[in-house]
Design a protein around this ligand. Structure first.
Ligand code: FES
Length: 91
């Protein structure tokens, strides 16, 4: 499904950029060019980022990390690259 019709960027491409570490709309735009023309797709990109953050929280397994590590993870931000926290996002 196209998220950015101006540039022709799909939800899959945006999810791949997020999974690769893009944490902001600006970062997704820099990677994919989505949102760089009219900007009407930017709210949807922001929603996809929020969903990814929620999935990362849901799939984080607190039993595999000590409390100090979890505190460190939170200080890096909600989408800090970590194999344990990055879900596989299939289109
Ligand atoms: S729809 Fe994405 S920039 Fe216009």
């Amino acid at each position: 499904m196209f998220v950015c019709c101006c540039i022709g960027v799909t939800d899959r491409t945006i999810r791949e950029a997020i999974a690769a570490g893009a944490q902001t709309t600006e970062a997704v735009s820099a990677c994919t060019k989505a949102g760089t023309r009219c900007g009407s797709c930017r709210p949807e990109i922001e929603e996809m980022l929020a969903e990814a953050r929620q999935l990362a929280r849901t799939h984080a397994c607190p039993e595999q990390a000590c409390p100090e590590q979890l505190a460190d993870d939170e200080s890096d931000g909600p989408l800090a690259p970590s194999p344990r926290r990055l879900p596989i996002l299939a289109a």
